[in-house]
Write a protein that binds this ligand. Structure first.
Ligand SMILES: Cc1ncc(COP(=O)(O)O)c(C=O)c1O
Length: 389
């Protein structure tokens, strides 16, 4: 038998390139650019969390640890979410992962087979598309529209279900949309999951980054007996710990248990000292979290007021996260053309909405996890662009 020689696998060769990364790379040529691109807190990790990590290293917690996470961390996460969701969650329901990214890998690995379909919102976090592709699954996009306040609708999900639908990824609060899904829509999607037998993979990494005018509901809260979900969380955003790479997934023990085996073959385990820092994050004072969210809320006001005063731009006030999804359609350029023009002519880096899927065309994502001075500077540049048209 002859075998066609192929140096690079099709999965690697066709992996969907992230336009966010493309924009980052372009912006590198403009070192002085004002950047509203970053998707991470501008705060440092709180001192007591860093101290716990350092202490753990000094105590030689530097060896391999359990695949599913150290028992103290699994228990701490279980206690926290039992309380938040008013639902019995035990350590056996928790898998610790390398950020929410690896939690997503596990969630898809245990629910989706090659050739099956995964419904994802459009626009959404671009890595969903890449992860489904890596598995040999097919991503089926469901548009999320501005007329619906950028909230995913159950009826749109329903229209995309086929007999090959294995999972539906939802992301509330949403990156890039800043919206929070309504409880009624979540309940209806849960009904659809029961009816059609798919799993809801709910990316809830911004669950605590919600402003006072909004109410966040987790998929775990829709009904006490609903169990067709895997809820993904992270320390990255809530505790300003993006570089520590600590996340988790919570769900039924039947789905969580196999993840340990998968982890053994992937990375074995997260560093124990990272996990000890994560325990300190959950069990220590939560004042930093409240302070950070209050600060994002203030900065949101500055950005929203200024954007809505610029000729041709409008933006829905985000209810959560630190992203604003700005409608730029009146300016008549594609979002990619506009992002390039802003970078080249006004030294302003933004992310084109189309980076998050075709339905993001006509929008720019601006992050407000930057200083008020940077927000004002960026808005001056958008005004200058508006005046130069
Ligand atoms: C919606 C969403 N999910 C997951 C992640 C990944 O988070 P982590 O740092 O925990 O891997 C991000 C990061 O930007 C995100 O925006």
């Amino acid at each position: 038998m002859t075998r066609t020689y192929r140096r690079i696998s099709p999965v690697a060769e066709n992996y969907p390139a992230s336009s966010i990364r493309k924009m980052f790379n372009l912006a590198l040529d403009f070192p002085d650019a004002v950047k509203l691109t970053v998707g991470e807190p501008d705060f440092n990790t709180p001192e007591h969390i860093k101290a716990a990590g350092i202490r753990a290293i000094e105590n030689n917690n530097t060896r391999y640890v359990a695949n599913a996470g150290i028992p103290e961390l699994r228990s701490a996460i279980a206690r926290k979410y039992s309380g938040r969701w008013d639902r019995g969650i035990g350590p056996e329901n928790v898998m610790v992962s390398f950020g929410a990214m690896e939690a997503l890998t596990f969630a898809l690995d245990v629910t989706v087979s090659p050739g099956e379909e995964v419904i994802i919102p459009d626009p959404s976090f671009p890595n969903y598309m890449g992860q489904v592709h890596r598995l040999g699954g097919t991503a089926v996009s469901v548009p999320v529209r501005e007329v619906n306040d950028f909230k995913l609708r159950a009826e749109d999900v329903q229209a995309s279900i086929t007999d090959r639908t294995a999972a539906v990824i939802i992301n509330s609060p949403s990156n890039p949309l800043g919206s929070v899904m309504d409880r009624a829509e979540l309940e209806q999607i849960a009904d659809l999951a029961d009816e059609h037998g798919f799993t809801i993979i709910s990316d809830e990494v911004y669950d605590q980054m919600v402003f006072d005018d909004a109410v966040f509901t987790s998929i775990a809260e829709v009904r006490p007996d609903f169990d067709r979900f895997l809820a993904i969380g992270s320390f990255s955003k809530t505790y300003a710990m993006t570089g520590w790479r600590c996340g988790f997934v919570i769900g039924g023990e039947d789905l969580i248990a196999p993840m340990s085996l998968l982890q053994e073959g992937l990375t074995s385990s997260l560093p124990g000292f990272v996990q000890e820092a994560a325990v300190a994050a959950i069990e220590g004072p939560q004042t930093d979290v409240g302070m950070m969210v209050a600060s994002y809320a203030e900065r949101r006001e500055i950005l929203i007021d200024r954007i809505n005063a610029i000729d041709g731009l409008h933006v829905i006030r985000p209810e959560a996260t630190f992203y604003a999804f700005v409608n730029v359609k009146e300016w008549g350029l594609s979002s990619w053309e506009l992002a390039i023009a802003l970078l080249e002519n006004h030294n302003l880096a933004t992310i084109p909405g189309s980076a998050f899927g075709p339905a993001g065309e006509g929008y720019l994502r601006l992050t407000f996890a930057v200083s008020p001075e940077t927000i004002n500077d960026a808005c001056d540049r958008l005004e200058a662009f508006a005046a130069s048209r």
